[in-house]
Design a protein around this ligand. Structure first.
Ligand code: UDX
Length: 441
């Protein structure tokens, strides 16, 4: 099928390449010429495992093209809206500029029977508003949220846990005939993963939009819950990693997303819970989500606690101390530094008077652009040289495997601050290091 993808960021670029790999003829549109140029050349504009291979294969097979000119969507039957909805400056609400402008740009090219598929994360109520706007074109809107994780985006797109389709319904809540026809078209696009028995949940618009923010709020809450327990462990001498293991054996709780440490960052969880609170306020149900304010502040407190720990191991002052920060990205296997806990702590350390050297396997370029005040080293060994303390901020596999003796020979002070609880305290202490972590004795 001929389809278009509007917006070629983390979501859209992967979606376009993945849909082409399923055999569709895909055109990806983005306003950013440099991004389009890279994608055309088969290069991923950001680090995402598996994406370059997918782009090259699909590009070579001829089913994938990219451009900045929206008229290239002409003739496509299904249009995926994959643009970003960042947090507005100075407020919690989401900035809907890109969603609105892409719908406006798409409208002249829509034909009756076409399907517009909303994948961006939006404040609930957006789909209803857009559907009204699209009505004169005869195109039908499906709200089909995306749950991909950065670092696993290709895998998550081709083998999702579930599909959610929010379809237009009549006053009785029954899917309209146009909705059924649109569903059949989207089923055809996703025929391959659907054939793998991927669960499909069909809902109305409101539910589909809520599913996405509810899922992200739950995940953020789970992380902040364990980080709150880390605060209790710090006050009592308990060990949060053992606590997580022990409660995680209860299948009703589950061990995943119970890793205590510097907390969550990235382009999704932080801004999504804030936008959700803002929307709840507009809907007059802000009390329902006041707990998310707590989730957000627990998350922020972990970063502050780490700065305090660093000060502690540096004999009470960070002024003039050299600190190596391992990791700049918000998580491993990504070059994304948006709201990165590691980088935010690095910045606070610098503001407290330390000389901070940051290293990262993929994120240095982005980090340098965002935080030019910090120093950077390509290599871990260069970063830790003469450091008074080393802080592990992002759990890249190469940092988990570091050898305490090799590092110990280079540093000025053998103080390891494990911001992600991934190192073995016994091993580091045996090598003569002070090992400090969040939520552990
Ligand atoms: C998230 C959702 O997982 C995904 O479903 C949604 O589509 C987009 O937002 P992503 O932002 O890629 O995906 O990252 P995720 O893997 O969820 O991690 C988010 C943050 O939480 C990272 O900073 C990570 O380090 C942190 N985290 C995760 C923890 O601190 N502890 C954990 O146990 C898990």
């Amino acid at each position: 099928m001929r389809i278009s993808v509007i917006g070629c960021g983390y979501l859209g670029a992967v979606h376009a390449a993945a849909m082409a790999s399923l055999g569709h003829e895909v055109v990806g549109i983005d306003v950013d010429e440099r991004k389009v140029e890279a994608l055309r050349a088969g290069r991923a504009p950001f680090f995402e495992p598996g994406l370059p291979e997918l782009l090259t294969e699909a590009g070579a097979a001829g089913g994938l093209s990219f451009g900045t000119d929206i008229s290239a969507v002409e003739g496509a039957k299904v249009h995926f809206v994959c643009v970003g909805t960042p947090q507005k400056k100075g407020e919690f609400a989401a900035d809907m500029t890109y969603v609105d402008s892409s719908i406006a740009a798409l409208t002249p090219y829509l034909r009756p029977g076409d399907v517009v598929v909303g994948k961006s994360t939006v404040p609930v109520g957006t789909a209803e508003r857009l559907a009204e706007q699209l009505a004169p074109t005869g195109a039908t809107l499906i709200w089909n949220p995306e749950f991909l994780r950065e670092g696993f985006a290709v895998e998550d797109t081709l083998h999702p846990d579930r599909f959610v389709y929010g379809l237009p319904t009549d006053d009785e809540g029954v899917v309209t005939p146009e909705g059924e026809a649109a569903k059949a078209q989207l089923d055809e696009v996703y025929a391959t993963p659907l054939a793998d028995d991927t669960p499909l949940v069909v809902t109305d618009y409101a539910t589909a939009q809520l599913v996405k923010v509810a899922a992200n709020s739950f995940l953020a809450t789970k992380i902040s819950f364990i980080n709150a327990m880390a605060e209790l462990c710090e006050a009592t001498g308990g060990d949060v990693t053992q606590l997580a293991d022990a409660i995680g054996y209860d299948a009703r709780i589950g061990r995943r997303f119970l890793n205590a440490g510097l907390g969550f960052g990235g382009g999704c969880l932080p801004k999504d819970i804030r936008a959700f609170m803002a929307r709840a306020g507009e809907l007059g149900v802000d009390q329902a989500l006041t707990f998310l304010r707590e989730v957000d502040s627990i998350n922020g407190r972990r970063r502050e606690r780490m700065v305090d720990l660093a000060r502690e191991v540096c004999d009470g002052t960070l002024v003039g101390k050299r600190i190596a920060v391992l990791g700049a990205t918000f998580k491993p296997n990504s070059d994304d530094i948006r709201d990165s806990p590691a980088l935010s702590v690095a910045d606070s350390l610098e503001k407290a008077g330390a000389h901070v050297v940051v290293t990262d396997p993929q994120g240095i370029e982005n980090a340098r652009a965002a935080r030019p005040n910090l120093s950077y080293a390509q290599d871990v060994l260069d970063a830790v040289r003469d450091a008074d303390a080393v802080l592990l901020g992002t759990e890249w596999s190469e940092y988990r495997a570091l050898d305490p003796d090799t590092l110990g020979a280079l540093v000025a002070g053998k103080h390891m601050l494990d911001g992600r609880n991934v190192l073995d305290p016994a091993q580091w202490r045996a090598a003569g290091w002070t090992y400090r972590a969040l939520g552990r004795p």
